[in-house]
Design a binder for this molecule. Sequence first.
Ligand code: CA2
Length: 145
Amino acid sequence: MTSIVYVLNGPNLNLLGQREPEVYGHETLADVETACRKAAEHLGLEIRFHQSNAEHQLVDWIQAARGEAAAIVINPAAFTHTSVAILDALNAFDGAVVEVHISNVHKREAFRHHSYVSGRADAVIAGCGTQGYLLALQRVATLIG
Ligand code: CA2
């Protein structure tokens, strides 16, 4: 049986590869999606890959994952540091949750050091670049295996 994994991306990640390559690298979000699909195939996972700039849309996708998905990989972007709504939605999800940050948020401004999502996440990956998404899918495969 194939396990469904939601891969969710928060605000401004649609700009990946277009600005600030020194922080976020040169890959676009489409490149990340392609790499995730390839990795997922090898791991026996089926992914639903989404990005939104809207908090409510991310909450809606997390709710949609309930009862459908075995795990959520999420880069909540700036909502990491602000959103109790996303934390509450993740707390209502029973499967595995892996939080991903492309940059090492702990080497950056103090306001990026706190994450609402980390209190719910089973694993947190930061500072591995876009490879973090692939590491997250590997971890998911282990967690739900
Ligand atoms: O390092 C990460 O993945 C972050 O989640 C990215 C967020 C930031 O607010 C978090 O503190 C850390 C920002 C995403 C914006 O992505 C851009 C990509 C290219 C150009 C501009 C923004």
